[in-house]
Design a protein around this ligand. Structure first.
Ligand SMILES: Cc1cc2nc3c(=O)[nH]c(=O)nc-3n(C[C@H](O)[C@H](O)[C@H](O)COP(=O)(O)OP(=O)(O)OC[C@H]3O[C@@H](n4cnc5c(N)ncnc54)[C@H](O)[C@@H]3O)c2cc1C
Ligand SMILES: NC(=O)c1ccc[n+]([C@@H]2O[C@H](COP(=O)([O-])OP(=O)(O)OC[C@H]3O[C@@H](n4cnc5c(N)ncnc54)[C@H](O)[C@@H]3O)[C@@H](O)[C@H]2O)c1
Length: 505
């Protein structure tokens, strides 16, 4: 009932906003959508064709705004589709299948005499997934009449972007509004030169020609653990060097401990509170000198490949922001207001290049909200409810606050947990490592955070995302009928454990 009325309110709000936009001059564009030439003025010019930029461009065109998107890479989709989310998930899936075939099939009564890795075929499958998806976005641009200009964009003024095109020429694209969606790049570490051969970033790690015997990963964050898992499953000996005391510092600390144990069972080794102080590539492999973060005796790690995955930094090189006086913070992120406007009012910014989690789905939300504001509507992104997923096996997914964050607020809370060891589907498929943990306010039972470690946790989490979005209580989830036998029943049981008692444990 409550949800329906919220939806109705949203619908009427949206209709009012469209009328507002038409009244303010955008209406004349609705009947005249078409491909912009370089000389025609656009309503929106987007620099960068990643999840932030391409989604903003499509949404802008759908709102009737004449839109051009400029991308330097040669293909659309940005980091995520070309060298990020998609190729990494392709390799995670392929390597998981190999690992299952080698280590789990026999216990399910499936006998295979010889299981081998065909690395070129695995890479070709990954490349096919990437090219299908990036070409798909070109198709979406055509369908929505977004003008696509290939080349490197640079701001000349608050309404002009010069584009260095691949044929060596330059064209100028003009627009009433400009959206910077130029994303991020790998963070380099002092004294460690990335050559994408022996010392690689995630881009190199997605395209190794051989399975390294020894892989050292610097940084136990999203990229390090996902790419470490890929190569570990394919046979590499993986050591992860992490400066902090814990892996994935943003994770709920209780779930993190279980996660680290799960990865250690998969033979991933961790050197926490450790810093890299030297990197020697003169021999056949790489010699890394490491020290305790607090200081102490140095040791040497030998590796065939070193992956540098110690974070990413906003990418704004060559954009001309300084000349235009666009404000940025010390980390190089572009500062924007709640409508994604910079201090230069016609210039907006979204995605990895502004503060906030560096995630594709967050960039997409930014993109939609930004152009809704430009069209005179009401954009909205709830940064407190952006889910995070590490796509290892098991996966770890979370939304809302961790237990440490709840504690820090001083709010009295309850915790409900349910292990997948007691979930019938997980037992049936013999994949039962993990837990659902729910945190709810003690007085009102309102859910504050949900953390799931399990196979497919990245899918299971969305029930919790919706629940938090609608301000649900744990009892709301517990009293909702869940199909049997499913992994999702563990979410229901954890909710039962939060406000009362679970049945199956
Ligand atoms: C290995 C890896 C795995 C990842 N996996 C996930 C995941 O599973 N889930 C998730 O949510 N996130 C993941 N991410 C993060 C995700 O890729 C980013 O958060 C997301 O791509 C940010 O989108 P964006 O549009 O802001 O920027 P980007 O995707 O970086 O796109 C920016 C685009 O702008 C272009 N550009 C830059 N400057 C210019 C210019 N001057 N002119 C023209 N074009 C320009 C670039 O070529 C680029 O294509 C992953 C990242 C990596 C590296
Ligand atoms: N599944 C996903 O959603 C996904 C997957 C990959 C990447 N990403 C995004 O890409 C971004 C970059 O990923 P990432 O893994 O490089 O960064 P990250 O921020 O996730 O992790 C970096 C890790 O490196 C550690 N570190 C920093 N400096 C170090 C040093 N000198 N020595 C050792 N350790 C050091 C940090 O403490 C941290 O644990 C992330 O912010 C993430 O949002 C997301």
């Amino acid at each position: 009932m409550a949800m329906a009325s919220v939806a109705r309110r949203r619908a009427s709000f949206a209709m009012l906003s469209v009328r507002g936009a038409l009244g303010s001059g955008y209406g004349v564009l609705w009947g005249s959508r078409g491909f912009a030439s370089g000389a025609e003025e656009n309503d929106v010019v987007v620099i960068g064709g990643g999840p932030g930029g391409y989604v903003a461009a499509i949404k802008a065109a759908q709102l009737g705004l004449k839109t051009t998107c400029i991308e330097k890479r040669g293909t659309l989709g940005g980091t995520c589709l070309n060298v990020g989310c998609i190729p990494s998930k392709a390799l995670l899936h392929s390597s998981h299948m190999y690992h299952e075939a080698k280590h789990s099939f026999a216990s399910h009564g499936v006998k295979i005499s010889q299981v081998e890795v065909d690395l070129p075929a695995m890479m070709a499958q990954k490349d096919k997934a990437v090219s299908n998806l990036t070409r798909g976005i070109e198709g979406l641009f055509k369908k929505n009449k977004v003008n696509y200009v290939k080349g490197f964009g640079k701001l000349l003024s608050p309404s002009e972007v010069s584009v260095d095109t691949p044929d060596g020429g330059t064209t100028v694209v003009t627009g009433k509004n400009i959206i910077i969606a130029t994303g991020s790049d790998v963070k380099s570490l002092p004294g460690i030169a990335i050559d994408e051969k022996k010392v690689v970033s995630s881009t190199g790690a997605l395209a190794l020609a051989e399975i390294p015997k020894k892989l050292v990963v610097i940084g136990a964050g999203y990229i390090g653990l996902e790419m470490g898992s890929v190569w570990g499953r394919l046979g590499s000996e993986v050591t992860v060097v992490e400066f902090a005391a814990d892996i994935v510092p943003s994770m709920d600390s209780e779930v993190r401990k279980l996660f680290q144990r799960a990865l250690e069972k998969q033979k991933m080794k961790f050197m926490l509170k450790t810093k890299v102080v030297g990197c020697d590539v003169t021999g056949p492999g790489v010699k890394l000198t490491v020290e305790p973060a607090a200081g102490g005796p140095a040791t040497t790690l030998e590796a065939d490949i070193v992956l540098v995955s110690a974070g990413r930094v906003p990418f704004t090189a060559g954009l001309g922001l300084e000349a235009l006086g666009v404000n940025m913070d010390k980390a190089g992120r572009i500062l924007v207001d709640e409508q994604f406007k910079t201090n230069v009012p016609s210039v907006h910014a979204i995605g990895d290049v502004i503060p906030g989690p560096m995630l594709a789905h967050k960039a997409e939300e930014d993109g939609v909200a930004c152009v809704e504001f430009i069209a005179g509507k009401h954009g909205h992104v709830d940064y407190a409810l952006v889910p995070g997923v590490v796509y290892t096996h098991p996966e770890v997914a979370s939304v809302g606050q961790t237990e440490d964050q709840v504690k820090a607020t001083g709010v009295a809370y309850r915790v409900g947990k349910f292990p997948f060891m007691a979930n019938s589907r997980a037992k049936a498929i013999d994949d039962a490592e993990g837990v659902v943990k729910i945190l709810a306010e003690k007085e009102t039972d309102k859910i504050l955070g949900v953390h799931i470690m399990s196979p497919n946790a990245g899918e299971l989490i969305h029930e919790a995302v919706i629940a938090l979005q609608y301000g649900a209580s744990s009892e709301d989830i517990a009293r909702t009928c869940h199909a049997h036998p499913t992994m999702s029943e563990a979410v229901k049981e954890a909710a039962m454990a939060t406000y009362d008692k679970p049945i199956h444990i």
